[in-house]
Structures are given as structure tokens and as C-alpha cells.
Design a protein around this ligand. Structure first.
Ligand code: ADP
Ligand code: MG
Length: 450
């Protein structure tokens, strides 16, 4: 069997072991380059793909390869020069496409109600969104049957709308006749008010109570709106009783939505409540990698890691940073190195931390070390306070970008040489002492986490 046929077969087998997004990100563009003298060489797209595969699939790959090459001893991953186009590999034929409901011919001009770019395929799965992703896939597969409603919550720019519309896209594709409505809570509210004004409330009720799949984005805006809550309650009941799927997103859990009627709070918990958290470093890198591939921007691993280190708040900002970088690169023939990147992204990199006030930093450091704020910024001269104060100085300098004089002021009137000394001490320690790095990391989590 030819070497690429072998690999296509193995990829087909591996595709059943990992999620589709992981498959697309890490496996799809790999190649078996050679198999000689007991050693197999696999070409991968990036250092990160190499690490991921070594970590997650080494054993499986070895086992599958051995079925073809019994004397295989070792597997080596090498990074290919440029990843080949990932769309037309033979393997795609091996992936069973979910069946389209044949009996349901597509009506000629039903407009697609969703943004086609929001699909499961390009949604990167990490620990931060695994549950929500899995639940969404189940719902797309069996609308109305398993989790009803599916309630997805999480901070801004973390993929709630993407995931919700991915379900819509998938159901729309497979069941063209199903009536699916995607609406934001605000649109729902506005339409409701307008229907009252124009005495078309019956049409309004008919429209929403007859859908097969109802997607409502950002439900938190229903807070306080009694009439809309009442109407939504009845819509919900009708749909739920008929086993029609409801998906709701929100920036917080139901019980934290202020002025939400109890009967709605409880109904929102009837199916599945799944959260999306901020992605960790590895997931941020994976997202950047996938997005860079999508926009055909060739960037080294260390650049992706640089961005992932500096842009931590949400996925929308990660995307924004790549778009910015791509635009800057267009006008610049030189290499995309760290210097170039930091220059291109300089206001983005500092935009989120800039919003951090020194007060917040001080409060979070105090919280981390379990110290009263008054001790941290007070005059007390005890050993235990030196390190937390220096870390505070470091954060105020490197993250908030305060001038030294202001840092001294924020810390209860310390002079600028003390500040300078503190900042450089921590910078040095960060290179050699994992404990300092861990403290910094934990504090950053507190700063950006919520
Ligand atoms: P939210 O509705 O939670 O505010 P969005 O769904 O609008 O966030 O996501 C913001 C942007 O980030 C979108 O362009 C979306 O495609 C992208 N995005 C978010 N999460 C992911 C992910 N896990 N993988 C790929 N893209 C993502
Ligand atoms: Mg949204």
C-alpha cells in the first residue's frame, strides 16, 4: 500500500477518536513522510501540533502504524515548511457526513438565518468550553430530545453566539424544512412592543410559537421587562411542551439575572446549563493557529505564543489582533517577528490591561497574599510585605504601564528608586523562580478572570 494511502486510512481511524475541531486543527494537514528502518516520520504543521499529537495520540498512532509496519520502533514528528491546503485531502471522503433529511426538499429561497461562518468545524474546543460544545453537538443531533432548553452562559466574546448559531446551521442543513428562528433578546423585545402598538400581537405569537427551533441570544436583557417576560414565558411553555428545541445564551447564570421572574429562572434550568470560560494559554494558541490558517497568515509559533500571552481577555480580541497583524504585514515586506508584532499590536496589547486601575491591581495582590490593603500600601517595614509590594510595583509598571512616580504614589508614597528596584527584582526572579511566575500567573487570573 502506498504510504499516503496508509496515512489516509490511519487518519480516518484517528478521526473517530478526537473531536472534529481537534481533528481539523491538529491532524487534517499531517502527512506520513517516510517509514524506514523502524522509524516513521510524520510531518505536522507547527510545533504546537507536534506537542499536541505527542501528548494525546502518540500511542494510538504507533498502534495504528504497526498494523502496516510491524517492525516500527519510533515515531518522529517534524514540522513541515508550509502546511498544505487542508481542504482536499483524500481523508475527507472517509468522514461520514451527517445525513440530510431526504424527504424534506429544500424550499428554493429560504434565506439562511445564520452567519455561515459560525460552524462546529471552526470552533476550537478547550477545557473552557468543552461541556457547552458537547451539549451543543447533542442538541444539533437530536433537537428537542435531550437538553431542552440548552442554556449557555459566559463572558463577552467567548463564543456563545458562535456555538448557538453553529447548532442552527447544522439543524438547518440537515433538516431544511424545520423552522428555526434566531433572535436577540432585544429584537424579540422590540418586535413585541411594536406588535402591541400596531395591534398585531396575534401574528407575533403565531410567529414565535410555531417554530421548531428557537434560539435566543443574550437573554439577560430581559431583566426588568415584565411584559416581555410574560410573553416569553408563554412562548417557552408552548415550545417546550411540543418538544421543540430552545437554546438560550446569557452573560450570567439565570439566578444572577436581576429582576427575572422565578418561573423563568426555574425553567431555564430544566435542561442543561453549560458555561464557557475564558480560554487558557494553550487554547488561545490553538485558536490563533486555526484563525491564522483561515486567513492564510503564516506566523511562527513564538508569535502566536506572544499574542496568546498578551491578549488574554477573550476570543474576539484574539481575532482582532490577527486581523490587525495581517493588515500590518501586507504593507511590510520584512519578517513577522516579535518586534514587528508588538509594534503592530501595541494598542491592542495594552488596551485590555489599560482598563485596569492601580486600585484593582492592589486589591487583587492583597487578595492573593491574603493581606489587608492597608498593610500592602502602608508604612509597615516587615519582611513579609517586601515581596508582595514588589510584585505590585511590577504589575503596575508592566501591566498598567504607570510611570514610576505614580507607582510610588499608589503604594503610599514610596520613592522612585524603590520602585525601580522592585520592578527589576521581580523581572529577574521571573526568569529563574517558578514560584514568582506562579504568583504572577495566579494574580493575572484574578485580574482578568471575571
Ligand atoms: P459571544 O457571543 O460569547 O460574545 P461570539 O460568539 O460572538 O462571542 O464570539 C466572538 C468571536 O470569537 C467570533 O468571531 C467567534 O467566531 C470567535 N470564537 C469564539 N470562541 C471561539 C472558539 N472556541 N473557536 C473559534 N472561534 C471562536
Ligand atoms: Mg453574542
Amino acid at each position: 500500500m502506498a504510504i499516503d494511502t496508509v496515512w489516509a486510512e490511519i487518519l480516518g481511524q484517528l478521526s473517530t477518536k478526537v473531536s472534529r475541531p481537534n481533528y481539523n486543527t491538529w491532524l487534517k494537514s499531517t502527512e506520513l513522510l517516510e517509514d524506514r528502518a523502524g522509524q516513521a516520520v510524520i510531518g505536522v504543521g507547527s510545533l504546537y501540533a507536534k506537542n499536541w499529537l505527542e501528548h494525546h495520540l502518540l500511542k494510538d498512532i504507533k498502534q495504528l502504524l504497526r498494523a502496516h509496519y510491524p517492525d516500527l520502533q519510533e515515531i518522529r514528528f517534524v514540522i513541515k515548511e508550509a502546511a498544505p491546503a487542508t481542504t482536499d485531502l483524500p481523508l475527507l471522503q472517509n468522514q461520514p457526513e451527517p445525513a440530510v433529511d431526504e424527504a424534506q426538499a429544500k424550499e428554493p429561497d429560504t434565506p439562511m438565518p445564520f452567519n455561515p461562518k459560525y460552524s462546529f468545524d471552526n470552533f476550537i474546543v478547550g477545557n473552557n468550553n468543552r461541556l457547552a460544545f458537547a451539549a451543543a453537538e447533542v442538541v444539533a443531533d437530536k433537537p428537542g430530545e435531550v437538553y431542552n432548553p440548552l442554556f449557555i452562559y459566559g463572558g463577552v466574546g467567548l463564543g456563545k453566539t458562535h456555538l448557538m448559531q453553529a447548532v442552527g446551521n447544522e439543524i438547518w442543513r440537515r433538516h431544511p424544512k424545520k423552522k428555526i428562528i434566531y433572535t436577540s433578546c432585544e429584537t424579540f423585545t422590540n418586535e413585541f412592543i411594536q406588535a402591541l402598538q400596531t395591534k398585531t400581537i396575534n401574528d407575533f405569537k403565531k410567529k414565535y410559537r410555531s417554530v421548531d427551533v428557537f434560539l435566543v441570544d443574550d437573554i439577560q436583557f430581559i431583566s426588568n421587562k415584565e411584559g416581555t417576560q410574560e410573553e416569553f414565558f408563554h412562548t417557552f411553555n408552548m415550545l417546550h411542551q411540543a418538544n421543540h428545541q430552545i437554546i438560550i445564551t446569557s452573560d450570567r447564570v439565570p439566578r444572577e439575572i436581576p429582576d427575572l421572574e422565578e418561573r423563568l429562572t426555574s425553567r431555564f434550568g430544566w435542561g442543561m446549563i453549560a458555561d464557557i470560560q475564558t480560554p487558557n494559554f494553550e487554547t488561545r494558541v490553538a485558536i490563533l493557529k486555526a484563525k491564522a490558517d483561515q486567513i492564510k497568515l503564516t506566523v511562527d509559533q513564538d508569535i502566536l505564543e506572544y499574542i496568546a500571552t498578551n491578549i488574554t481577555s477573550n476570543v474576539r480580541e484574539l481575532e482582532g489582533s490577527l486581523t490587525r497583524l495581517a493588515a500590518a504585514a501586507k504593507n511590510n515586506p520584512g519578517p513577522i517577528d516579535i518586534n514587528f508584532t508588538s509594534q503592530a499590536l501595541k494598542d491592542l496589547v495594552h488596551s485590555s490591561p489599560a482598563k485596569l486601575t492601580s486600585k484593582k491591581v492592589i486589591q487583587v495582590v492583597a487578595q492573593h497574599f491574603d493581606l489587608p490593603i492597608t498593610d500592602l500600601i502602608g508604612p509597615k517595614r516587615v519582611k513579609e510585605l517586601v515581596y508582595p509590594r514588589q510584585l505590585t510595583m511590577y504589575l503596575l509598571r508592566e501591566v498598567v504601564r504607570l510611570p514610576q512616580a505614580q507607582i510610588g504614589e499608589a503604594l503610599g508614597g514610596r520613592d522612585h528608586t524603590t520602585v525601580m528596584h522592585g520592578v527589576s527584582k521581580i523581572s529577574k526572579q521571573l526568569k529563574s523562580d517558578p514560584a514568582t511566575e506562579a504568583d504572577l500567573h495566579a494574580i493575572e487570573q484574578l485580574l482578568y478572570g471575571s
